[in-house]
Design a protein around this ligand. Structure first.
Ligand code: SAM
Length: 309
């Protein structure tokens, strides 16, 4: 079938499996027990439930999970069907037990969810981890509803295995415009005067209103239905890992966690069952060889929504 021509400004990555065959060939399959060097900096094309038991225990410093929420959704031809809370809890416990084995004793895990799946996921997390926080991301975009509030938030649970864990607050400061600049002896108090205006670097909170969903004019955008922005991943990775650490994502999708990890000097391992999404991941990883920019993150700080390209 002939595809409609994209406008020149539309940067969406949507190449097909046949167009991206060379990218697909960079992915690996894991069918028997394996070692870290074999999977390091790789995209594993396969079913996480089958692959995770083959990976070495405790290899991950940071796990970022963005599992299918309990909604009926088509992921490249494979449908995830909304199910009862009881069944979704059983499904969550299954992947979480497998992921727990792969996390270092001093490691951190983040799990993305919406308000409904978050109830179940929070319960399963509390059974085996120390819950440290729950971040709310105001993603803004959402489908309007006639008899309910539009759902425009997502949550991210922050958990650890023990009280020893990495948290780099200074790496995730948010640069906010100063509304009422306060001076002491004529000098700015905890803020900076620049040609672009007055700014202050503020401590990161658990409410994130500075991140937009990827859209068609952004080079990171793919045709994946639930792609997370690199800026969001960058906050998780910078706060909860150090350069050279290993970031693992068992529901990789279009590769956002691996790509952002690579841009920030971390190692990565990701699993995705859909070949099409693996192609997009590898294309993005290849682009990241030459372009390490993350939209909304520059000069070592995160900028408020729409203040930086
Ligand atoms: C919510 S999306 C993740 C999106 C991702 N964070 C991104 O930024 O693109 C969930 C992904 O998990 C994949 N998936 C679902 N079940 C899986 C399984 N058992 N093994 C591997 N991948 C799976 C789906 O194909 C989908 O791409």
């Amino acid at each position: 079938m002939e595809r409609t021509k994209k406008s020149a400004r539309n940067k969406t990555i949507d190449l097909s499996v046949s167009e991206g065959q060379a990218y697909l060939e960079r992915c690996i399959q894991v069918t028997k027990k394996t070692t870290l060097p074999h999977v390091l900096d790789k995209t594993i094309c396969g079913d996480s439930f089958a692959v995770m038991p083959k990976l070495p225990a405790g290899f991950a410093d940071l796990i970022i999970c963005d599992p299918p929420y309990n909604l009926t959704k088509d992921f490249g031809g494979r449908q995830f069907k909304a199910t009862s809370e009881k069944e979704y809890l059983a499904y969550t416990r299954r992947w979480m037990t497998l992921a727990e084995r792969l996390l270092k004793e001093d490691g951190t895990m983040y799990v993305c969810c919406d308000w409904r799946s978050g109830i179940v996921i929070g319960q399963a997390l509390a059974e085996r981890f120390i819950i440290r926080n729950r971040i709310t991301w105001q993603r803004e975009k959402g489908r309007g509803a006639a008899r309910n509030w539009k759902n425009s938030m997502e949550d991210i649970w922050f958990v650890t295995k023990s009280d020893r864990y990495t948290f780099n607050t200074d790496a995730v400061k948010l640069r906010r415009r100063v509304i009422a600049p306060y001076r002491v002896d004529g000098k700015p108090k905890d803020w900076e005067e620049t040609e672009e205006g007055n700014f202050r670097n503020t401590c990161p909170s658990n409410f994130w209103d500075d991140i937009s969903v990827p859209f068609w004019s952004m080079p990171e955008n793919t045709a994946h239905p639930t792609q997370k922005p690199e800026k969001l991943l960058a906050k998780l990775i910078l706060a909860s890992s150090d350069a050279g650490d290993v970031v693992f994502d068992p529901f990789l999708g279009s590769g956002s966690a691996s790509v952002t990890a690579k841009k920030l000097g971390r190692h990565f391992v990701g699993i995705e069952q859909n070949e099409q999404y693996c192609v997009w991941t590898e294309k993005r990883l290849s682009d990241a060889e030459n372009d390490k920019t993350i939209q909304g993150f520059s000069d070592g700080v995160f900028w408020e929504r729409n203040t930086r390209k």
